[in-house]
Design a protein around this ligand. Structure first.
Ligand code: HEC
Ligand code: HEC
Length: 346
């Protein structure tokens, strides 16, 4: 079936749902739904659509459940799976499932209870039927629903083998798949946070109906082991919203005999509310601190000029949006921030 016709299947399924109370005609025409709007109204109630045929419904009803509902009969071996995998999956997921740009699908089994859980298909799934279902409906990413039932069995076997959950000579059929018990079979809970197992769940909440907090502050946290995983977030350009990334990089090692660094201008700018309007590297309401530093670096008297501008505000140097005066900021902070800006805002 081409894409066009599957899509008209959706319309038909929707029509059946809408008309659930109306008895369906015994035999609807076969899946000949051609592209274009359905022309002949076959039901009096809404005047459009037609009942979905069993074939049309079957095309969408592909979910496979842990009890085996929806799982077609078939079989495939680890060895067969390896051949298909190397051809159709390894380019993205890596030869051993270790990831090649796209997500890893092997490794991490047994790590979920530790400090640095590694979530992969092998470590996190509770039912092998879900792996079958997912490969069947969604993979390969660039050509989903192109695999045969046999290929899906074989790939499921091979992915489990990559996770050391099936031996190399294993073959999976329907019964064998249903009989498998994955390591995380009973591990699904809602009692812990997403990143930290000790933290509170971030998705479960009870709606407040009285005496609710007047102001809600949203925040996020990052576990220690992830801090520097992607460089210093504070230096990274963010195009959306006045969000200054947290300073994540570990403190730079002291440089030889240079005097110890003074107060961190970047932190002070954040603490004094400047980062609501200035990103370190991106323009928000005002220019980025880097741009400012770039314009004035080396200019005579720049430190005094900028310090005065921070105190008294002003307009016209960067556009028509005024910078409001900031008289509340401590003199020492202004100096430190301006020096930090002129030093390149690093
Ligand atoms: C073009 C790249 C690409 C190819 C080719 C590809 N995948 Fe994927 N795969 C992905 C991406 C991207 C995701 C994550 C999708 C998402 O989260 O929505 C994914 C997710 C998965 C997952 C779920 C992992 C998890 O932890 O949830 C499995 C299992 C998987 N792929 C297996 C396969 C198999 C088997 C094949 C070969 C038939 C394949 N993939 C081919 C890109 C690819
Ligand atoms: C409400 C928004 C806002 C806040 C808060 C804000 N600024 Fe600005 N800032 C601006 C705008 C807009 C400009 C550009 C003004 C102009 O074009 O002359 C600017 C310009 C600047 C300049 C460049 C001045 C020049 O003449 O080139 C510096 C330095 C500066 N801000 C520092 C700070 C510091 C330090 C703080 C915190 C104490 C701060 N800003 C808080 C909006 C803001």
């Amino acid at each position: 079936m081409s894409r066009c016709c599957r899509r008209s299947g959706v319309a038909a399924v929707a029509a059946v749902l809408a008309l659930a109370a109306t008895p369906l005609p015994a035999a609807a025409p076969a899946a000949t739904a051609s592209a274009g709007p359905p022309a002949v109204p076959s039901t009096p109630r809404f005047g459009f659509g037609k009942p979905a045929t069993p074939q049309e419904i079957a095309g969408w009803d592909i979910d496979v459940r842990p009890d085996g509902t929806g799982l077609p009969r078939g079989r495939g071996s680890v060895a067969q799976g390896q051949r298909v995998y190397d051809e159709k999956c390894a380019s993205c997921h890596g030869t051993f499932g270790e990831s090649n740009d796209y997500m890893a699908i092997a490794g991490g089994v047994g790590t979920l209870a530790g400090d640095a859980p590694i979530r992969t298909t092998g470590s996190k799934l509770n039912h092998a039927t879900t792996l079958w279902d997912y490969i069947n409906r969604a993979m390969p990413f660039n050509a989903p629903k192109t695999l045969t039932v046999e290929e899906v069995y074989a790939l499921t076997a091979y992915v489990l083998h990559l996770n050391d959950l099936l031996p190399a000579d294993a073959t999976l059929d329907r019964d064998a798949l249903l009989a498998l018990r994955l390591p995380n079979r009973d591990g699904f809970t809602q009692d812990h946070g997403f990143m930290t197992r000790s933290g509170r769940p971030d998705t479960r909440n009870v709606a407040c109906m009285s005496n609710c907090a007047a102001e809600v502050r949203l925040s996020s946290e990052m576990p220690e082991h992830a801090r520097d995983a992607h460089g210093n977030l504070a230096e990274q350009v963010r195009d959306v919203g006045p969000l200054a990334g947290a300073k994540t990089a570990a403190a730079a090692p002291a440089r030889g005999s240079l005097p110890a660094a003074g107060p961190d201008g970047g932190e002070l700018a954040k603490g004094n509310g400047c980062t609501a309007c200035h990103g370190t590297a991106s323009k928000i309401v005002g220019p980025s601190f880097r741009e400012i530093g770039g314009r004035y670096a080396g200019a005579a008297g720049a430190e005094a000029t900028l310090a005065a501008k921070v105190r008294s505000g002003g307009v016209g140097a960067w556009g028509q949006v005024p910078m409001p005066p900031q008289p509340q900021v401590k003199e020492a902070d202004v100096t430190a921030i301006v020096r930090w800006i002129l030093g390149g805002a690093r």
